[in-house]
Every structure is written in C-alpha cells, then in structure tokens.
Write a protein that binds this ligand. Structure first.
Ligand code: NIG
Ligand code: FE
Length: 404
C-alpha cells in the first residue's frame, strides 16, 4: 500500500474515456467513439490521472473510492456560456411562449442590470451558477462577456470571468448598446479600437483567450457580415482566437465567415444552407460547430440539423449557452437529452459532443488517460445511456476528489 495521496476509484460499471485505444476494437460504434471500458478503475494522484484500466488489474493506492457499479464520464465541457450577468428576463420568456419572437432586443435589459451591479454581486452570481453546473456534471466552463458593452464594463466582466476560468471570451460585439443606436459604425470603432486595446493592455490572450461576435443581420441589434468581419479581423490582429455566434435567427454569413477566418468554433448553426454545411465540413479539424439546443427549446425555434452535420463529417459540439435571454439553463444533461430526443444524435454522439469535441473547441484534451487532469463526473446509473434515458433526473454530478 502506497502513501503518496493516490486514490483508486473503482466499482465503475462503465468508464467513458473518449480514448478509442482504451476500448476493444470489436465493440459497437458508440463504445468505440466513447472509448468505453467496462468494470473499470482509475487511479488519481494530485488531480492527475495516473492509471486507467480493468478494475481486476488495478494497482494499490493510498485511498479507495468504491462507486458501487456507477458509470463515470469525463466532466462536461460547457464551451459556450454568458455567466456574468445580473437581472431577470423571465417575463420575456413568458411572452415568447405566447408568441413574441426572440430578436436580441432584450439583451439591453440585461446590460442595464449588469452595469448597475457591483463587482461582488456579479462575482456571487457567477459563483452560484458555477456551483449549479458542477452539481450537474460540468467541470470545465467557457465564459463570455457581452452585458457590459462599455470599455470599463467589458473589462470588469472579463476580470470577474477570469477569476473562475482561463477559458474567457471577449464579446463586446454582442449587440449595439442603446447609447449607440444611432451610430452603429461608432460602436464598431469602439469595439475594434479602445475596447480591444483595453483588453490587450489588461492581459491580452491571458485575459480573453477568445473574441466573439454575434453575427446576425436579421436581428437589427447584432452585427452584419461586414461589421462582424471587421471585428473578427481586429481580434485576430490583437492575438485573440476567434469564436462566432452565427446563423441563430436565420441564414446569414456567420458560419462561412467563421470557417474562412479559422475560428475555433461557430455556435448556434440553427439555420444552415448547403454551402454552410460544406464550409463546416471543409473546416473540420479547425472550426467546430457548437449546437445549443437549450436555445431552440427556450426560444421555440426549430432545432439545427445535427444529423446532417455529423453525417457530413463536421465536428459537432454541444453546449448550454447559459444566458438570461435565450436559455437560462446550464444543464448539460438537459442539452444531451434534447440532442438525442430532438436532434437525433445517438447517446454516444451526444456525450462525445458535450465532452471531447467541446474540449477541442477550447484547445483542450479531456481524454480519461494517464497524464490528463482528473475532471470526472459520476452517474447514478450503470451507463451513459441513463443521461438521456432518465432525462430531468438529478443523476449526474462532478466527482469531487477531496483532499488526500
Ligand atoms: O447566445 N445570440 C446572442 N446572444 C445570446 C443571447 C443573449 C441574450 O438574449 O441575453 C445567445 O443566444
Ligand atoms: Fe451565446
């Protein structure tokens, strides 16, 4: 028996490793995609995975955690959230459910509430939201700004986001704020000039790993293709990687622009033409299509054609988009259930999209393999199928490994 703080996690009925070499080659496609190992064990030391394999072959460790026949998965990677906001838009949601369509106009309500909140209020709101996420199995989170829309308020949101995650995104180009309604060009100049300069001076890629833009010519509030291109190119010149909100409310230039500029991800992808699907397929390995079905649920919009994307070879990720307007839910099990039930992904494809592919869109490798961080979640059930089979049940949580 060792005394090095190592922890043996055993009693794992089914382990999703996302590492195809871990699973027996003759197994069915879902098992191969997820790198499933049955009756598995994992050894973790100091937050790092040291050993993965069959429980019967597990080495000794300092401590043992017996999960008694539960499934273990990589923690969900929620690669698209807007957690830094104050205020409530439940009335807007209720109006939508009786027929008022979403157009992004409500973002100004959240901007006003967020500007009015103190740093500590925002910090407490983000902390509470992250605790909710961990309780549902999310271990890695990307956080966007976008409810400040002044130099000071965007910088403040980035600093607060950065206290919680290194995966931060500057979304000064969320919408044109009310004070610039008569001067759109002036706001684009602010974002690409003083606001971006302040991000660079405040830490550059260490403060904001990414720049994002809401490219939506149909909204009237967000940015058209030319504006979005100018903003994305400025971000790239400043050394930030790119993400794009594209094709959420109708067909448009966002998806093709993201692919052309080599963005890490283009998100929503709700309304796609064949040319968009072709661009995404050609951008495989560079640009991930991140689908956000909680938004379609909460805005009563048609779901994206996920099957078509996957069958075309596009890298498809799933994320929550947790935000006060189009989806105030950070539940990745809910997102997976929607992906399976409404978008016809297999349970294995959905889990892979919510872990491995979402991680890749953030430049991360979250295989459950020696040397990788032990970011794991446990399911109160024997297999990953229970995520969508038992939709709505509180059966998955991030695994807290505790102090040695
Ligand atoms: O990702 N599409 C734009 N932005 C958010 C919604 C923001 C809001 O309505 O507050 C989204 O859906
Ligand atoms: Fe979003």
């Amino acid at each position: 028996r060792r005394h090095d703080g190592s922890l043996l996690i055993t009693g794992i009925s089914e382990l999703t490793t996302n590492d195809p070499v871990r699973s027996h080659a003759h197994r069915e496609a879902g098992d191969r995609l997820l790198g499933i190992v049955r009756d598995a064990a994992v050894v973790v030391t100091d937050g790092t995975i040291e050993w993965v394999g069959a429980a019967a072959e597990a080495p000794d460790a300092d401590r043992v955690l017996d999960l008694g026949g539960r499934a273990v998965i990589p923690g969900f990677v929620d690669s698209h959230t807007h957690l830094v906001f104050a205020g409530d838009r439940s009335a807007e949601f209720a109006a939508r459910m009786t027929g008022t369509p979403y157009d992004g106009g409500g973002i100004a309500v959240s901007v006003a509430a967020t500007r009015a909140a103190s740093d500590d209020e925002l910090r407490a709101l983000v902390a509470g939201r992250i605790a909710e996420m961990r309780a549902l199995g999310t271990t890695t989170v990307e956080i966007k700004t976008g409810y400040g829309l002044t130099v000071e308020d965007e910088l403040r949101a980035l600093r607060i986001a950065r206290e919680f995650t290194p995966h931060t995104t500057f979304l000064g180009a969320h919408v044109v704020p009310p004070e610039y309604a008569a001067d759109r060009a002036g706001y684009v100049d602010l974002v690409t000039g003083p606001m971006l300069d302040a991000v660079v001076a405040g830490g550059g890629a260490d403060l904001a790993a990414y720049l994002d833009v809401f490219c939506e010519p149909h909204s009237g509030h967000a940015f058209d293709g030319d504006e979005a291109r100018a903003i994305l190119e400025a971000g790239r010149r400043a050394g930030l990687q790119l993400r794009v909100h594209g094709n959420q409310l109708g067909p448009g230039p966002g998806v093709r622009l993201a692919c052309e500029l080599g963005a890490a991800s283009v998100d929503h992808c709700t309304f796609l033409l064949d040319a968009d699907v072709e661009a995404l397929a050609a951008a495989r390995g560079t640009t991930v299509a991140t689908l956000l079905p909680g938004v379609e649920f909460s805005t009563r919009s048609p779901y994206p054609h996920a099957r078509q994307l996957i069958d075309a070879g596009v890298d498809v990720a799933l994320a929550s988009d947790c935000n006060p307007g189009t989806c105030y839910s950070s539940s990745m099990p809910f997102v997976i259930a929607l992906a399976v039930g409404e978008m016809h992904l297999t349970p294995a494809e959905a889990l892979h999209a919510a872990t491995a592919v979402a991680a890749r869109s953030l430049g991360l490798d979250r295989r459950v393999a020696p040397g990788r961080p032990a970011e794991l979640a446990v399911i109160d059930g024997p297999s990953h199928l229970h995520l969508s089979y038992r939709a709505g049940m509180p059966i998955v949580r991030a695994l807290d490994l505790g102090a040695p």
